[in-house]
Write a protein that binds this ligand. Sequence first.
Ligand code: NIG
Ligand code: FE
Length: 413
Amino acid sequence: MSGDSVLLTDIGELVTNTPDDAAADDREIDSDPEGADVAALGLHRDAALIMADGVIEWIGPAARAPAADHRIDCAGAGVIPGFVDSHAHLVFAGDRAAEFAARMAGLPYAAGGIRTTVTATRAATDDELRANTARLVTELIRQGSTTFEIKSGYGLTVGDEERSLRIAAEFSAQTTFLGAHVLPPEYAEDRAGYVELVSGPMLAACRPHAAWADVFCDRGAFDAEEATTILTAAAAAGLPARVHANQLQPGPGVQVAVAVEAASADHCTYLSDDDVDALAGSRTVATVLPGAEFSTRSPYPDARRLLAAGATVALATDCNPGTSYTTSMPLCIALAVREMNMTVAEALWAATAGGAAALRRPELGRLAVGGPADLVLLAAPSYLHLAYRPGVDLIAQVWRKGRPMLREDHHGR
Ligand code: NIG
Ligand code: FE
């Protein structure tokens, strides 16, 4: 059965992240050769795209676009792949605005703040957690994210982690078991007992609702041995690893991530040269989270170091109530460009194809015939405006599997 086809035409600049598919006559012919960063975006000018049945059916020059059931004139605006947010903590209750204010007044961030949210999350009903998650998911989509990972990690009992993941799975297939977020207060004197709980009964209860397992391997959280024990047990249960690594200080997180062949090492704020080399020589994606440095007033990592070494870099929001209470990938792109030495093209790639690599879903974060119709119409002529116009709402429409997600009249379209 075939659904209605939709033609998006008069696209001023189309980012596909699929350079090989961009036929020479579809691509910008510029006297200045494109840098590799821009070439990776697979740009088409004056383009059109047809989607039907949730997938992309055709991409090419607007002048050669075939007919479709519906036609949307983009009036020269840009179209990009939907953002792939590979790192978000969305199942929790309460907020920590006072803790943020105290930090801005000079206090440092400590992992222990997580326990404030654990108390609030345990006290919440399923419906309260579900409603808060739904609100954040709406925000994410509104800002152009068409795929988002959701972690548990604010329950820290078998029952609270299980229900966090059950609720997360109502919103995304990319769910991550983060029972090892921090040691809960009732295990303060029994670290080994908690590692056993996470690696055993908690993992077993969460496994049916989870796609990944994560450990916060850092000061005030879990050490290399504990992280390795938990991630090895998770891998044996069928959950590949992701790691919160090197956020608060230099440490073993990245090396643990590479050793267990994690899909990504996230934060990467304090990296040694060996860490950079290890990431570059592995399949582990380096995920940078500038919202966390912003909201903890921490030094930003230099993403240029990672890129120059050949590591794959992803960019994500890390949306959580403690260190990065933002759902805005455009904000993260602007921060990565301004503060982490990424070009705008690199930051956009990291927020789309990079996130897809971090989730090992290479068909996401790009626009290609036969691939999912997850895309964003910008209220701007070029992706460059995402960093050039910080804080401005440039998301005119979002399609997930070909379905428009925003009001049809938004931005007059
Ligand atoms: O990614 N670093 C660990 N987890 C979160 C912070 C969680 C919190 O403070 O509530 C992060 O930054
Ligand atoms: Fe995080």
